[in-house]
Write a protein that binds this ligand. Structure first.
Ligand SMILES: NC(=O)c1ccc[n+]([C@@H]2O[C@H](COP(=O)([O-])OP(=O)(O)OC[C@H]3O[C@@H](n4cnc5c(N)ncnc54)[C@H](OP(=O)(O)O)[C@@H]3O)[C@@H](O)[C@H]2O)c1
Length: 311
């Protein structure tokens, strides 16, 4: 990728996309397109084709999509499937039509089967059934990975797919109903601190283990893969380590400065016991994350607290 190349970051105003735009700018790239969904609705095929024809980007990062936590995924499966399928199909086919040099499609660790061996290897894809609560989103994302492979096979397009684990960082969705675990915990602890509450309830036993990665590390991994990797199939992006939910919650509690207790609502389900990615392939290529949990969480909480404007 040359610093003067035109780069389209689809979803460039979102959590991952905005981090990608920052990373590209600080690496000296100057011609970056990052329209909002209001400026360009990527579910609109004609509008997406017109944009690609008029702008002719050389590189495309697909960081646009409908994203949410378990509740949102489980409540709106039709929307999660339809919107993600449309966005990625319009971008992947459109990129082929205008001769994009390389495209990186972002999926997620939830494309892997619910009961696969941990750490989760890329080869686990499509070997067993999916977690039912996010099946619609996962199926759409699996189709995106497969479309990249099919366009590579049939048309020789250099389209690749990166699968980040759960991520967190500034600019996340903090809506308590639709957000992922980390932003939801940050929001709950912050509210409990300013309301002077004694405790914060956590869903389940707190024993399940999860991997989390700071968003700027994911953006750096995407840049690295765009420059150094050209193969079919997904490649995992993670830290390769996991923490119990109790550990993650205690950590956030400390960063937020909440002095009350954690309580565990064991009437709520725990979900999969352990979810951590096998990151040996990306490590072997020479990439590893740089931001530790302490620094990443402090940056994230500071950004949240400085934008917080309601109880
Ligand atoms: N968040 C995570 O924990 C996580 C974990 C693993 C993988 N990922 C991957 O990262 C990708 C991005 O996630 P994120 O967390 O950055 O999500 P996000 O913060 O919700 O951002 C999604 C982006 O998609 C754009 N978008 C949605 N619908 C659109 C439409 N119809 N037309 C144009 N743009 C549209 C949004 O644009 P506007 O803001 O302008 O509306 C936004 O910029 C996901 O698709 C997923 O593959 C995320």
């Amino acid at each position: 990728m040359d610093q003067k190349d035109k780069i389209f970051v689809a979803g460039g105003r979102g959590l991952v996309g905005s981090s990608l735009v920052r990373a590209l700018k600080s690496a000296g790239y100057v011609d970056i397109l990052a329209p909002s969904s209001k400026e360009l609705d990527l579910t609109d095929q004609a509008a997406t084709k017109k944009f690609l024809r008029e702008t002719k980007p050389q590189y495309v990062f697909v960081a646009a999509g409908k994203v949410g936590g378990i509740w949102a995924n489980n409540s709106y499966p039709a929307d999660f499937c339809y919107i993600n399928l449309l966005i990625q199909a319009n971008l992947i086919h459109g990129a082929y039509e205008v001769g994009v040099k390389k495209l990186l499609f972002l999926g997620s660790s939830c494309i892997y089967p619910k009961d696969c061996e941990v750490p989760i290897k890329e080869s686990a894809l499509l070997t067993k059934t999916l977690e039912p609560t996010n099946e619609a989103y996962a199926l759409a994302k699996i189709t995106g990975v497969k479309m990249c492979d099919y366009y590579r096979r049939q048309y020789g397009c250099d389209f690749i797919s990166a699968m980040p684990t759960n991520l967190y960082g500034p600019g996340d969705n903090y809506d308590l109903k639709t957000s992922h675990m980390v932003p939801a915990l940050i929001h709950k602890f912050h509210l409990a601190k300013i309301r002077g509450e004694n405790s914060v309830p956590i869903w389940g036993t707190g024993n399940p283990r999860r991997e989390i990665i700071f968003v700027d590390d994911v953006a750096q991994a995407c840049l690295f893969l765009m420059k150094n990797y050209s193969e079919p199939g997904p490649i995992n992006v993670g830290i390769g380590e996991d923490y119990s939910i109790k550990e993650i919650a205690s950590f956030i509690k400390r960063v937020v400065g909440f002095e009350g207790d954690l309580t565990f609502d064991t009437t709520k389900p725990d979900g999969v016991f352990r979810k951590v990615m096998d990151v040996s392939r990306i490590r072997a290529l020479g990439w590893r994350p740089k931001v530790n949990l302490e620094d990443g969480m402090r940056i994230t909480y500071d950004a949240f607290a400085s934008n917080f404007n309601g109880l």
